[in-house]
Design a protein around this ligand. Structure first.
Ligand SMILES: [Zn+2]
Length: 42
């Protein structure tokens, strides 16, 4: 469903924002952190 997640867990929580203002999320299941943007797109 959500393409930007690094894992297939769905228990995500908002975890503040990055310096560039993008929403940051954290997976409650595995602890992975990621943002709305594609982590591969630098
Ligand atoms: Zn996860």
């Amino acid at each position: 469903m959500i393409a930007f997640a690094p894992c297939e867990h769905t228990a995500r929580v908002k975890a503040g924002k990055t310096n560039s203002g993008n929403q940051r999320f954290k997976c409650k299941d595995c602890g992975a952190r990621f943002t709305e943007e594609n982590p591969l797109g630098r």
